[in-house]
Design a protein around this ligand. Structure first.
Ligand code: IMP
Length: 428
């Protein structure tokens, strides 16, 4: 098990944090390889409930070295707030490593994220407005600022001058926003840099050396496969590769080391932000209200209410292919306990054609009508089940249905929020 990648198999918020926390005792390194503080999960450790957005949850365990690798985008202010919060709560952050190649979120990225969403109006993406997209945009345009640039005052100044020559006119002339001066940005960011400096590491080399020494690494994906910039529901996606391939480019570790890819999917499905969602249940329907309230479907990062829908087997099958999933974890199975029957989407219909895989063309997916199978519910409390055999027959059948359709073994099943409420079925 040298390297395992954990990825979201839906549109994010699948409960990756809980599963990472559960399996992290098997790993010496936990690595974030993409995204930034658009992610968020709540972790319970030593009886304390903490919300983390950027730092891998492995930070809570003394045997784990948490790494924020090159494929991420880092808002230094948020990073330092998270470091301070952890230290205050008694968790040392000394082991944290941050790649010098990770890109830095600047104040103008946050401004542009908000302004561009405002301009799009009813066509907005529904971003987290954390500056993620504009920061990745600059990375691709090769005018981004990297963590390592902050280490040299002259280089940083020069790069900020180049960036502001382009950003200021956009901010003021297109969006009517305030311009920035080189000095104000330098003053703010040099102060951050002094505090971040001790954590900076050549993380690619560092991780490869660890693997050569026989250590185990867990790559912790953020968001989900359907939010991947290449494989998701573009343009309603995030700006990074959240699928398993991103772990390789986003960390500098070669793919020969990755021998397990664990996809996380909820027993139903949710989405935040805009974009197509074939199995969405209208908010006014009772089923939607049940999922929302029993599943507590409100975002950790933005507090937004999530859109809820029935399990979409087509999407998870797609995620199995895109990520080469070896295992699946099904979370929040207990949320379905109150339903008489449970719908599962196994295909889409659009303009008289049936699709059993995610249609490549955006407008087909937008108009896709779900084809449902209806499975019997179990109508009893399963939160105390600790083995697969403890589950009622209907719940076992539901899991078997998911497994058969995805063509991937379901190795873990979560039946409640706490760590103990997880059935380790085929996970070693
Ligand atoms: P961005 O990542 O802030 O640019 O947002 C782009 C899209 O990804 C929006 O629809 C967000 O709601 C969604 N998104 C970003 N991060 C997460 C996440 O952690 N969970 C679920 N959706 C997310």
């Amino acid at each position: 098990m040298p390297a395992t990648v954990l990825v979201g198999a839906q549109w994010g918020d699948e409960g990756k944090g809980k599963i990472t926390d559960l399996i992290s005792s098997n790993f010496e390194y936990v690595v974030r390889y993409q995204g930034g503080n658009n992610a968020g999960h709540t972790v319970i450790a030593d009886g304390k409930k903490l919300a983390l957005h950027l730092i891998p949850s492995g930070i809570m365990y003394d045997h784990i070295t948490p790494v924020i690798a090159n494929g991420t985008v880092i808002d230094p202010k948020v990073l330092l707030e998270e470091i301070d919060m952890l230290e205050r709560e008694g968790f040392s952050t000394k082991r944290l490593k941050i790649s010098g190649n990770a890109h830095v979120i600047m104040p103008y990225h946050r401004d542009l994220d908000g302004a561009s969403e405002h301009r799009l109006g009813k066509n907005e993406i529904g971003t987290t407005r954390r500056g993620i997209g504009p920061c990745y945009q600059d990375k691709s345009a090769r005018i981004g600022i990297r963590i390592q640039d902050m280490l040299d005052e002259n280089i940083f100044r020069q790069k900020i001058e180049v960036a502001l020559a382009e950003k200021n006119p956009i901010l003021s002339k297109i969006y009517g926003l305030k311009e920035y001066t080189v000095d104000e940005i330098c003053d703010e960011y040099f102060a951050y840099c002094e505090r971040i400096r001790p954590y900076i590491e050549e993380t690619g080399q560092f991780l490869n050396e660890a693997l050569n020494e026989g250590k185990n690494i867990l790559f912790e994906g953020a968001q989900g496969t359907l939010l991947d910039i290449d494989h998701g529901t573009y343009p309603f996606v995030t700006s990074s590769n959240c699928s398993a391939g991103g772990a390789v480019t986003g960390s500098g570790v070669g793919m020969k080391h990755i021998d397990r890819v664990l996809g996380i999917a909820k027993a139903y499905i949710t989405r935040v932000g805009s974009g197509p969602f074939p199995t969405e249940i209208p908010l006014e329907e009772e089923a939607s209200q049940k999922l929302l309230n029993i599943g507590k479907e409100f975002g950790v990062t933005t507090g937004r209410q999530r859109r809820c829908g029935w399990y979409d087997a087509v999407i998870v099958k797609y995620a199995a292919e895109v990520n080469s999933l070896t295992d699946l974890a099904i979370t929040k199975l207990d949320v379905l306990s109150e339903f008489d029957t449970i719908k599962v989407c196994t295909a889409y219909k659009c303009e008289g054609k049936t699709y059993t895989t995610v249609p490549e063309h955006q407008s087909v997916f937008h108009h896709a009508e779900p084809v449902y199978e209806e499975l019997p519910g179990w109508k009893c409390d399963i939160t105390g089940c600790r083995t697969f055999y403890d589950l009622p027959r209907e719940a076992k059948d539901y899991i078997d249905f998911i497994e058969d359709h995805a063509g991937v073994r379901v190795s873990l099943i979560a039946v409640g929020p706490s760590r103990e409420q997880t059935i380790l079925r085929r996970w070693k």
